[in-house]
Write a protein that binds this ligand. Structure first.
Ligand SMILES: Nc1nc2c(ncn2[C@@H]2O[C@H](COP(=O)(O)OP(=O)(O)OP(=O)(O)O)[C@@H](O)[C@H]2O)c(=O)[nH]1
Length: 400
């Protein structure tokens, strides 16, 4: 450790906040983004980029790893970056470390899991505008995401200060498909597929090491599992920070693909935003593991919206279709890991559905006058056992 270890002195924040990272006006909650990803896919490379580049955002990064990995990782990041100071705050907790970086970011490597690490970080509230939480490779982001969203216990505590912004999954363009392939070996759905399913943004990294054809194939696989998350193709996780943070994935109406088959890409420097909107034909990954169901929902009456709410509740809470007994087919039990929806009422009102595992909410969305009222709604379910019976049962909600 360096000689110049000091108790951290964190500078009072006086500058204006970046527009897209403004905290919720009502609650002043700090947005939190979860980074998960395949082993060796480039999570640390992304973090290093964020911690060392001049992007104007003050981001606190928590490396939530076990053992010494986080410590060695953060020191490695610091040594390679032009950090002004290295501060270690012991506070009687030997596992706590805070590093203040030259670009205003704060790196925390805390060998505690989840909540404790964040509680410690929040003691330094005001020193950052956004929190990034890196999970261990192949950790399922679902339980962590739900911890920060709609957890009553959490809402009474830290949840007053933190709002879940989104989940980013970094996928290895070279080994990603192989990892997905190996993942189905277990009798339950593998972690890599859970990560893809639970992501709000997919970073398809290391595209320089794969042929354009295989990158396209991998993007297609990702799209098959998660049809709504944007896919950014990157080399060394090079992407504008503003495109990853401040996405309000759990608050805003989800950006659904248009109903017609469509595929285009935008170049943004090194990264490419991929909109391969139509899910490809089911692959063996989907048949063995997770698949998605994307349904167009017609304009609904209030009563139909209530019926839809009940349908979602039954499926998410009881894992069976309304009116049907719980499935005894152990191979493909009905289970929803993530759902999103936008519903339009005949009154013109719009409602947004957001769900993680068994937790969900349907709330009225502020209509954007510039966009007008959409002529139909959409619902996407990502999980297992999402077969034709599920679509039929769902459509029965409005066809009667
Ligand atoms: N060629 C190439 N190498 C990359 C790219 N992104 C990351 N790497 C390298 O791949 C290796 C693994 O990257 P990391 O960022 O450590 O991956 P990680 O996801 O943090 O790894 P774990 O935490 O061990 O799961 C490192 O040697 C990186 O320099 C890329 O886009 N192209």
């Amino acid at each position: 450790m360096d000689d110049d270890e000091d108790i951290p002195v964190l500078i009072e924040h006086t500058e204006e906040q970046p527009i897209n990272l403004q905290q919720d006006e009502n609650s002043r909650r700090v947005p939190l983004t979860i980074i998960c990803g395949f082993l060796g896919a480039g999570k640390s490379t992304l973090l290093k980029r964020i911690l060392t580049e001049q992007h104007g955002f003050r981001i606190a990064v928590i490396m939530n790893e076990f053992g010494d990995t986080a410590l060695s990782k953060s020191l490695d990041l610091i040594h390679r970056s032009a950090a002004k100071t290295i501060n270690v705050a012991a506070e009687g907790q030997e596992s706590e470390e805070f590093l203040e970086l030259a670009n205003g970011c704060l790196c925390c490597s805390i060998k505690d899991t989840g909540i404790t690490a964040i509680e410690k970080l929040m003691q330094r509230k005001g020193a950052f505008d956004h929190i990034l939480l890196e999970t261990t490779g192949l950790a399922d982001p679902g339980p962590i995401a739900s911890l920060f969203w709609h957890n009553e216990e959490f809402a009474a505590g830290l949840g007053r200060d933190i709002a879940l912004d989104g989940v980013i999954c970094v996928v290895d363009a070279v080994f990603g498909p192989q990892q997905m392939e190996e993942d189905h070996a277990s009798d339950t759905v593998g972690e890599s597929l859970r990560q893809i399913a639970g992501a709000d943004i997919l970073l398809l990294n290391k595209t320089d090491l794969a042929t354009p054809e295989s990158v396209n194939t991998t993007a297609g696989l990702l799209r098959g599992v998660n049809p709504v998350a944007p896919i950014y193709r990157t080399v060394r996780a090079e992407i504008e920070v503003g495109r990853l943070l401040g996405v309000h994935a759990y608050a805003a109406a989800p950006a659904f693909p248009p109903s017609h088959a469509h595929s285009h890409e935008h170049e943004h420097g090194e990264d490419t935003h991929d909109h391969e909107h139509e899910p490809p034909a089911p692959t063996h990954y989907e048949l063995r593991g997770i698949s998605s169901l994307l349904v167009t929902v017609p304009v609904l009456s209030r009563a139909q919206l209530d019926a839809l709410d009940e349908w979602v509740r039954t499926v998410l809470w009881e894992s069976h279709l309304p009116g049907a007994a719980p499935s005894s087919d152990a191979e493909k039990p009905l289970s929803v890991l993530r759902c999103k929806g936008l519903f339009v009422l005949d009154s013109g009102a719009q409602y947004v559905l957001q769900g993680v595992r068994s937790m969900y909410e349907i709330s009225e969305a502020a209509a954007d006058p510039a966009l007008g009222v959409p002529d139909a709604g959409k619902l996407v379910l990502i999980g297992t056992g999402l077969d034709a019976r599920v679509r039929q049962s769902l459509e029965g909600v409005w066809t009667g």
